[in-house]
Design a protein around this ligand. Structure first.
Ligand SMILES: Cc1cc2nc3c(=O)[nH]c(=O)nc-3n(C[C@H](O)[C@H](O)[C@H](O)COP(=O)(O)O)c2cc1C
Length: 170
């Protein structure tokens, strides 16, 4: 799949087949994360990848919107330093870009992804074992879609092009 097809085919996939992701494909998705640009090239991230079913089921408890993690083939968790007021905005910008790198690389391989926010940091820390000065910013479920393959979406649920695009001035 080329870059454009990956952009227009990505969607949140929340129901997954149980087939595992081949290790080389999972590593490619993680390599895309590693290559993400970041403010001052600080690369303020570590990625803990989880494939153990029991751990995925526990991780699904970090937020009610994280239920899909339990049925995923894998979860990629984004771990970052606890931010202060100065670093917060750029940190989240960087992590957002890393999320999209993961999702587009996965889509290119026909692999679905879904975001999950993380509310219960104590549970995330217990499952993932990251150091005390870090937090888990997000979990991304990864797996082959159970509903239908990833194909270009003709009419995504988005605000109209002419409403969001302003030429030369607002
Ligand atoms: C920062 C962020 C947090 C999100 N958190 C969740 C979540 O906790 N659970 C979930 O199922 N989807 C979550 N989503 C997915 C959004 O609901 C989804 O991207 C949006 O509805 C657009 O749908 P699409 O990704 O299929 O195009 C999150 C997305 C973002 C960008």
């Amino acid at each position: 799949m080329d870059a454009w097809d990956a952009v227009v085919s990505r969607r949140n996939v929340r129901e997954f087949k149980r087939d595992p992701i081949p290790p080389d494909d999972l590593d490619r998705i993680l390599e895309a994360a590693r290559r993400t640009p970041s403010s001052r090239n600080l690369q303020p991230w570590d990625f803990v990848v989880v494939t153990d079913r029991g751990q995925l089921e526990r991780l699904a408890g970090v937020w009610r919107g994280a239920w899909h993690v339990a049925g995923a083939a894998a979860a990629i968790t984004l771990i970052a330093p606890k931010p202060d007021d100065e670093s917060r905005n750029w940190l989240y910008y960087d992590l957002g870009q890393a999320s999209m790198s993961i999702m587009l690389a996965a889509t290119g391989l026909g692999v679905g992804t879904a975001h999950a926010a993380v509310v219960d940091q104590d549970l995330a820390s217990d499952v993932l074992g990251f150091p005390e000065d870090r937090f888990c910013a997000a979990v991304i479920s990864v797996g082959y879609p159970a509903d239908r393959p990833l194909r270009p979406i003709a009419e995504p649920k988005r605000r109209p092009f002419d409403e969001v695009v302003h030429r030369e001035r607002w």
